[in-house]
Design a protein around this ligand. Structure first.
Ligand code: DX5
Ligand code: ZN
Length: 223
């Protein structure tokens, strides 16, 4: 663990008519990654973006694009998102059968591979993949919608994922997603998260750039 904090604003909460301006504001605030929530209406009860949006965002920023697949059979989309310019590709293990194969396929396409754990998904779902993944995403809401409340029981799960990564000598990023804002980011950081997705706390704020700076300040890196 380097102690470096990464803030990944989610464009799910941006004004999509002004997406380019939203990304510029995120950059001005020092965002590290741009988080893109891909939902298929099957794995989660909502529909959002496909590779076309990722390709469009790719044209207006050099920041790494952190693509979060909330879709069934994510393997069908590895190639299209790689082509579109994704840098990080994360999927949920329940959504597929051969997770290990798909982690390899994501890496072979030159992207970082992430595994996401829903609040009700046990750590065991990632345990055998720890040596091969670049990121573990701990969901602190049930995925589907922005603006939900952080589930505080997840803080302990972040701690357990951190312990697992440290015990295996993994340098994987530990990302937390859902309900992250001024009141919750410090607890998630103290538990060992280093990468923070924030949708409504950034794009719902009057000044998104200032909101990012404030979140970073509150997420004191561990000593
Ligand atoms: C939830 C998505 C999140 C969402 C976070 O299904 O995976 O990335 O955009 O939004 P906030 O930060 O508003 O909870
Ligand atoms: Zn997400």
């Amino acid at each position: 663990m380097t102690g470096r904090v990464r803030i990944a604003p989610s464009i799910l909460s941006a004004d999509l008519i002004r997406l380019k301006d939203a990304i510029a504001a995120a950059e001005a605030g020092g965002a590290d990654w741009i988080h893109v929530d891909v939902m298929d209406g099957r794995f989660v009860p909502n529909l959002t973006f496909g590779p076309g949006i990722v390709a469009a965002v790719r044209r207006v920023t050099r920041l790494p694009l952190d693509v979060h697949l909330m879709v069934v059979e994510p393997e069908r989309y590895i190639e299209p998102f790689a082509e579109a310019g994704a840098n990080v590709l994360t999927f949920h293990p329940e959504a597929t059968i051969h997770g290990q194969r798909h982690v390899s396929a994501v890496r072979e396409r030159g992207m970082l591979a992430g595994i996401a754990l829903n609040p009700g998904t046990p750590l065991a779902a990632v345990e055998d993949l720890v040596g091969e993944v670049d990121l573990v995403l701990v969901m602190s809401v049930n995925p589907g919608f922005p603006g939900q409340a952080y589930i505080s029981a997840v803080t302990d799960k972040i701690r357990r994922v951190r312990a697992l990564l440290d015990a295996r000598g993994s340098k994987a990023h530990l990302e937390v997603d859902g309900g992250i804002g001024r009141d919750t980011i410090a607890a998630a950081a103290a538990a060992g998260a280093d990468t923070f997705v924030a949708g409504s706390a950034v794009f719902g704020a009057p000044d998104p750039a200032a909101a990012i700076r404030e979140l970073r300040r509150l997420a004191h890196p561990r000593p």
